[in-house]
Design a protein around this ligand. Structure first.
Ligand code: GTP
Ligand code: MG
Length: 515
């Protein structure tokens, strides 16, 4: 059975996910209306430090809160006002190993003036010493020694840059299959994805093969809430490609049906463009006609600038999954706001412990802010809780409407590819990844199988299922975890199941026990 073709049946991209869009103009936060649908992202552990541009202050706040900020007269408030004008987007770079994700990410930082020539020269020398001449651009993102020696990203790299309309946080995911959990962590924080594909002879083919990470990353990204994809066909400068239109068209035509079958609406949510990450062509400015005569579309920065994303709800109940915590004049937690807003002085709960806390300070990037809205990556200083009493995967939550904490839930699962000879039945154990939670789980009961064609439950009682099946089941975890129904908060209700380092299923939470 064609697994990719079946994934769609799971409908993780329920139509409403993509309906409400904000264009960059609206994102200047003139007035953000409350919407029923909340489209927000998740944070997971395993992030390394931000590598560059950490000094960009500010954050996108809901308009209501801006009024308070406007009233302030001190310099800090002024700065907040200035920077609030731009929307903020998290963009994850995904794709097969060596496709050029780190090189492209590094080049973006170079082109946006955050890395000087001297540093580049230093990296060139270092790369040469390691017999990895062409890797110097990737060194901007690949900051640790292991990554530089092996030429492979391990942890998700983080950096910031800005275009005309938008402040971006880049999350540079690793492509190697051993590091898929780290990729999941990066993708689960992202609003949009840049899928990097190598056009070099043979490389596109390997990445696209079954078992290649081009496929796995696309499927995971969709599941994890990456609403839109820019597919950059990279290495167009390579001698085997030489900006060939035929090669570009071949890749686009092969990728399109696959992206469709993974749940992306290719017309609305996907855009292709050719680049050379290494040379920086068609990135900040459009590629010169003398290099590529046939390309009339946008360059990467332009495409990123105009990408529209689902509206987030600044007035929804507050939810911030915690990815990390540390002690610093109290307890500081890190995470991304998935819903609602937070202000200094707010009373909140740390779930699932129901610990009452008070917000002492809110930091967005390096700057202290009064309030912050959904989509922002924050550090929040809390009083009323010890650092030891918090685990990553806990959720900072509204008191009035706290996030549910459960040890069991009902889910609809799409089985992708089980380990060889494995069957999926009651008693199946796997590792559950949902927002910043990583937890052992067990399938306790298969309730019904869904016919992928009609999407209706099948009559026959189901005892086991195979690859490609869609099945509703009860999932149990040992420790209480915070999840939401997918229909309420898609980002907090989608998950992946992994066994022995392989993603075997993607799913959505359909029902929670009554509290
Ligand atoms: P992982 O992090 O291991 O998944 O790889 P990656 O996708 O980050 O690839 P990386 O940026 O490390 O680049 C891999 C190799 O491809 C390096 O040798 C780069 O110099 C080369 N490369 C990347 N982009 C381009 C490009 O646009 N043109 C050419 N010719 N080579 C490129
Ligand atoms: Mg990399």
């Amino acid at each position: 059975m064609d697994i990719e073709a079946e994934i769609r049946a799971l409908q993780l991209d329920s139509a409403e996910d993509n309906n409400d869009v904000v264009n960059p103009e609206d994102a200047k936060l003139e007035k953000v209306e409350k919407e029923d649908e909340v489209e927000v992202e998740v944070e997971v552990e395993g992030m390394k430090d931000e590598v560059h541009g950490r000094s960009q202050p500010g954050q996108a706040e809901p308009k209501v809160k801006n009024k308070e900020v406007v009233a302030l007269e001190d310099a800090e408030a002024q700065e907040e006002m200035e920077t609030n004008k731009k929307r903020h987007l998290n963009v994850v770079f995904i794709g097969h190993v060596d496709a050029g994700k780190s090189t492209t990410g590094g080049q973006i930082l170079f082109l946006s003036g955050q890395v000087d020539d001297r540093t580049i020269q230093k990296y060139e020398k270092e790369a040469k010493d390691k017999s990895r001449e062409s890797w110097y651009m990737a060194y901007i993102m690949d900051t640790n020694e292991e990554e530089r020696v092996k030429g492979k990203t391990v942890e998700v790299g983080r950096a910031h840059f800005e275009t005309e309309t938008t402040r971006f946080t880049i999350l540079d995911a690793p492509g190697h299959k051993s590091y898929v959990p780290n990729m999941i962590s990066g993708a689960s924080q992202a609003d949009i994805g840049v899928l990097v594909i190598s056009a070099r002879k043979g490389e596109f083919e390997t990445g696209y093969e079954r078992g290649g990470q081009t496929r796995e990353h696309v499927q995971l990204a969709k599941t994890l809430g990456v609403a839109k994809l820019l597919v950059v066909v990279n290495k167009m400068d390579d001698p085997t490609v030489n900006w060939s239109k035929e090669r570009y068209d071949e890749i686009e035509s092969k990728m399109t049906p696959f992206l469709k079958s993974s749940g992306y609406n290719v017309k609305k949510d996907v855009q292709f463009l050719p680049i050379s990450g290494l040379l920086g062509s068609n990135m900040k400015t459009r590629v010169d006609k003398s290099i590529c005569s046939w390309w009339n579309g946008p360059c990467l920065f332009e495409a990123l600038d105009c990408i529209e994303v689902p509206l987030r709800d600044p007035k929804g109940p507050f939810r911030m999954p915690i990815i990390d915590k540390f002690k610093d004049m109290g307890t500081v937690v890190m995470g991304k706001v998935e819903s609602g807003s937070v202000c200094e002085g707010d009373s909140l709960l740390v779930m699932p412990n129901k610990a009452q806390v008070k917000v002492v300070a809110v930091y967005c990037d390096e700057s202290k802010v009064r309030c912050a809205g959904p989509g922002e990556n924050l550090r929040v200083r809390l009083s009323g809780i010890e650092e030891e009493d918090i685990l990553s995967g806990f959720v900072l939550s509204s008191v009035v409407k706290p996030i549910p904490a459960v040890t069991e839930f009902t889910a609809q699962l799409q089985i992708l590819e089980l380990l060889e000879n494995a069957i999926f039945t009651a008693g199946y154990k796997a590792v559950l990844h949902v927002h910043s939670v990583v937890e052992e789980c067990e399938i306790v009961e298969l309730l019904q199988q869904i016919d992928p064609k009609t999407r209706k439950p099948m009559k026959k009682k189901v005892l086991f299922v195979k690859n490609g099946a869609v099945v509703v089941c009860r999932v149990q975890v040992n420790n209480s975890i915070c999840v939401e129904k997918f229909s309420d908060f898609p980002q907090l209700g989608r998950f992946t199941l992994r066994t022995e380092g392989k993603t075997i299923a993607v799913g959505k939470v359909t029902d929670l026990p009554v509290a």
